[in-house]
Design a binder for this molecule. Structure first.
Ligand code: ASN
Length: 301
């Protein structure tokens, strides 16, 4: 018998329509009542919060991590119901805050509320229970029949049921769930489980667009980190180079990613990227925005 803890946090899966639009209301027990629990699985429920994932704070993400860490030895696996909009941020955060977590931590949610006809919620939640009862390790998103590792998952579609991708390099899923059967294709390597507390960090994230001016870049002087999303493989206009140099000189660590949805950043290809490298700007390669931010929060970048 596998013993699973379902932690509910809100999101569309819990939403009901009201005068102000969709807002989360259903708790974990109500969600669980709508799905078939896989055979050989016993589920306990704990409601952590009931919010749209837009409103999830760093303190609440840390509360999720602590709940997992404190209950690690009591349960065989965990399901977190969560809004999809920031699910990839939470998944990456849990991967970085809980390195080596030796139980499955399966985040799921839905594009339509559980109570709506034709919703994707029942299948996503029952698939997540199947994954949580498996031998998978660490935090991953289970959505539309795919299990994607928390460090390489991105919300890619605002409406489609298949809402998540494997990030810029199209990282393949670690598992697929078909008709309630999970086929595991990969999983994180085992390492000693730990709770790595985030460090306070003052960071800024700026997309490079024709509207970005030097004055805005200079407001980042003195921050711990500046994350720039450049053009293509990592271009930043010459007009911003002096401002970036000043930000680097102020002691800020500056990273450069790509604003393209597909393909990695590689600042070594063009002169417009190399001049950033020459200033001490480091390229993010294929890392997802969500994972880069989790690494920044944990002092890993
Ligand atoms: N599909 C969803 O869950 C979207 C919702 N706004 C949320 O992130 O909480």
């Amino acid at each position: 018998m596998k013993h699973i803890l379902l932690l509910s946090t809100g999101g569309t899966i819990s939403c009901r329509a009201g005068a102000d639009g969709l807002a989360p209301q259903a708790d974990g027990t109500q969600l669980l009542g709508e799905v078939r629990v896989p055979e050989g699985v016993r589920v306990e429920v704990r409601d952590l919060m009931c919010v749209d994932s837009t409103d999830v704070t760093d303190t609440q993400r840390l509360a999720m991590a602590r709940a997992l860490w404190e209950n690690r030895k009591t349960y065989d696996g965990f399901v977190l119901t969560h809004g999809t909009d920031t699910m990839a941020y939470t998944a990456a955060f849990l991967c970085r805050v809980l390195p080596g977590f030796d139980r499955p931590v399966i985040l799921t949610g839905s594009q339509l509320p559980m109570e709506e006809d034709g919703s994707d919620a029942p299948e996503n939640l029952s698939d997540a229970l199947v994954c949580a009862a498996s031998d998978y390790r660490g935090a991953a998103v289970c959505f539309a029949g795919k299990l994607r590792r928390g460090t390489c998952v991105t919300k890619a579609d605002t409406q489609a049921f298949d809402a998540f991708s494997g990030g810029n390099t199209g990282c393949p899923p670690d598992g697929v769930i078909d008709d309630g059967v999970l086929t595991l294709l990969d999983m994180p390597q085992p390492e000693a489980p730990a709770l790595r507390l985030p460090v306070p960090v003052r960071a800024a994230v700026l997309p490079v667009t024709p509207l970005l001016d030097a004055e805005t870049v200079l407001t980042c002087c003195g921050r711990d980190v500046l994350l720039l999303y450049g053009y293509g493989v990592g271009g930043v206009p010459e007009a911003l180079a002096d401002a970036v140099a000043q930000v680097v000189r102020s002691g800020t660590r500056v990273y450069l990613g790509t604003q393209c949805a597909c393909g990695p950043a590689d600042c070594s290809v063009y002169a417009v990227g190399r001049r950033m490298q020459a200033l001490g700007v480091r390229c993010l390669g294929a890392q997802t925005v969500e994972d880069a931010i989790a690494c920044i929060q944990c002092g890993l970048l």
